[in-house]
Design a protein around this ligand. Structure first.
Ligand code: CMP
Length: 146
């Protein structure tokens, strides 16, 4: 880890290392991503993302757990290493679900602009996001037809 990395950077870098879509990045790339991360904490039941709002943040859950709910119906429970908010990264569309903390929960948050500036030339990161996005759209489709 670079000697000049701040304590907050170091924590973020260690977290990024554990997230599958970022774990293959070089230390230098994880360090540059950690510099634009903002750490946020949420109390149990707090709404992290609101369904229908215009979102500009991409979230990485680093501690705790959260529920993804669409129209009051739970689609998925997320835990450490999971990300959310990626759908709003792709277009100016409203959040397609709400995300709620289930316990004390911590996330690293990236603005859309910072995230794209970083990920634009990182095919493994983009592929990881697109694969998960396809899975989630399939799961949401399935939940809507059940
Ligand atoms: P976004 O639409 O930006 O904000 C709400 C988020 O909920 C969405 O991005 C996804 O990250 C997440 N989400 C939506 N549907 C699912 C699903 N079926 N499984 C897991 N996460 C989901």
């Amino acid at each position: 880890m670079p000697f000049y990395a701040s304590k907050a950077n170091r924590t973020a870098m260690r977290m990024l290392e554990k997230v599958p879509i970022f774990s293959g990045l070089s230390e230098r790339h994880r360090e540059s991503l950690s510099r634009v991360a903002v750490e946020k904490k949420f109390a149990p039941d707090a709404q992290i993302v609101e369904q229908g709002e215009k979102g500009v943040g991409f979230f990485l859950l680093t501690e705790g757990s959260a529920a993804v709910r669409r129209n009051g119906r739970q689609l998925k429970e997320l835990g450490p290493g999971d990300f959310f908010g990626e759908m709003a990264l792709f277009e100016d569309s409203p959040r397609n679900a709400g995300v709620f903390a289930l316990e004390p929960t911590q996330c690293l948050v990236f603005s859309r602009w910072d995230f794209w500036a970083f990920a634009m030339d990182k095919p493994t990161v983009l592929r990881g996001i697109v694969e998960e996005l396809a899975r989630r759209l399939g799961a949401t489709d399935q939940a809507l037809t059940d």
